[in-house]
Every structure is written in C-alpha cells, then in structure tokens.
Design a protein around this ligand. Sequence first.
Ligand code: NAD
Length: 295
Amino acid sequence: MKKIGFIGLGNMGLPMSKNLLMSNFTVYGMDLNKEAEMSFHQAGGTIGISVEKMIDLCDVILTSLPSSNAVEEVFLGKEGLVHLAEAGILLIDTSTVSPELNLRIEEEAQKKGIYFLAAPVSGGVIGAINRTLTFMVGGSKSVFDKAMPVFKAMGENIFHVNERVDSGTNTKLINNLLIGFYTAGVSEALHLAKNSNLDLDRLFEMLNVSYGQSRIYERNYKSFIANDNYEPGFSLKLLRKDLGFAIDLAEKNNVDLPVSKILFDLYEDAEKNGYAENDMSVLYKKISGQKTTIL
Ligand code: NAD
C-alpha cells in the first residue's frame, strides 16, 4: 500500500494527507475547494486527476468529508468510488457519518469485492497535525491489519473495535456525545463564573488540578475562549451532526437519553442562530448571550 488517494482536504484531511506524504506515501488529493487542493499540492501532493484515474493508480483511497450526504455521494453516487472501482481496492472512510451509511457502503462494496473500513477519528485538528489521532475502526480485522501502516502514518492510538463495520462509528458517537456534554458544561460553568466575580484564567489554574478538570475544558478554554477566537477546530455544526447520529442510535436501540435530547436542541438552536461555522467552544458565547465573531 504505497499509493494513496485522499478525498476531502479540509481541517482534518489536509494535515492527515500531509502526514502520509511525510511517511513517504505517494498521495493523490482531491477536494471541491481549490484552495485546499493548492495547500496540499504545496506540501508535495499530486492534484488534478479524476476519480477514475485515482482508482487506477491507488491501492487505497481515504476520505474525510463533512456530512453523510457528501460521503454517500462520493462512495455510492453514480460517479462514486464503489461504482467505479474494481475488486481488491481498499476504501477507508475517516469521516463521522451515520452507522447505517457505513453498513450500506459495506454492502455495496462487498458485492464488487471491494474492501471497506469505517475508521472515524478523534483528537481534533491538533491531533491530525501532530499525528496523535485516535482511530476507531470497524470492519474486517485482516484488512485492518494490512492497513495498519497507513493508520500509523496519521495517528497514535489505532483501535480495531470489531468486525462490524459500524462499530467504530458507534464508538465515536459515544465519544462525541460526551464532547457535547463537556462543551455545554464548560460553557455554562464559565458563564456562571464570569458573573460571580471570578477571573477565568485563575479559575482554570485551580480547576485544572481539581475534579472539574477535563480535556475539553482545557481545549475549549485555553485554545478558544481565553483568546476570544472561534475559528474551527471542530465546527459547532459538525458536533450537532454527531449528536443527531447519537440520538438516532439511541432511538434505534430503544435507549432513552433525556438530557442528550435537551443538549441536541441547544446545539441546534446555536447552529440556526449564526454559530454554525464557529468552533464548538463558541457555545460559551451563545450561552452568555454574546454574538459570534465569525460569519
Ligand atoms: P471540513 O469541512 O473542514 O472538511 C471537509 C472537506 O471536504 C472540505 O474541504 C470540503 O470542500 C470537502 N468536500 C466536501 N464534499 C466533497 C466532495 N464531494 N468531494 C471532495 N471534497 C469534498 O471538515 P473537517 O473538520 O475536516 O471534518 C471532516 C470529517 O472529520 C467530518 O466527518 C468530521 O465530523 C470529522 N472529524 C472532524 C474533527 C475536527 O476536529 N474537525 C475531529 C474528528 C472528526
């Protein structure tokens, strides 16, 4: 597996593909956004080839796309990967999509002898840049083992969850449900602190060594709230998308999640009121009644 195609060179895909280049893979990139393609090209990647050509040249094609719709189009569309590819190629989706879509892609891929792994990631843009991502991979263990050098070039903690292709996604949705809780918790706690005559830097110093500490508190406060900078990162609309998938999963499994439903409504309201493109930590601004800084 030396030649890799990469579709979706956004906040995550660009640094991930750059790390593949750094590990001496030959990487062919593609994005609807030409600026993203140029940045990839400047890092040594090849652009300007068609999907057919990418399939022809590559042993494995990775995707990092923003929505289930985009993933469905790129994999299952008329001009999509599964339609155009032939037996033996490996397709790996690192996006967070609905588990049901993982299953549909696998079903169509299997009909043609195409290998498919659903491999969502955690660790954020920083993890993608520093090669410290966690991968939660669902699908065939033997295919996973063969793809290990590719995962290792982009991440640090590489987990095979189980043979079900949607198992990595289900794991990731539980992770992001927790991120939704922590981000809302940090937002409300800091709003209260600010209105209780407390200095937020000093508060962080103390709570960071107390049980109120969390990785999300550190991330959201130190990298975003403290600098009043909400360029993503992980956009609020992407977190809202994942909370929706988590709630669908709960409904499918007849699990009642009363607080999660309120959480989803909170993010959906923020998304509809101008905070969608900001980093998820912007929920603090929404909760404290401040307008968004970007878009
Ligand atoms: P992003 O919006 O920054 O990047 C997505 C890229 O895909 C964009 O550059 C867009 O132009 C491109 N794209 C969309 N449709 C396309 C198509 N049909 N063909 C080619 N390119 C297309 O999103 P992101 O933050 O990089 O997230 C990507 C995925 O990774 C999402 O599923 C997200 O949930 C997941 N994720 C993100 C983070 C994070 O911190 N940003 C962390 C973990 C997982």
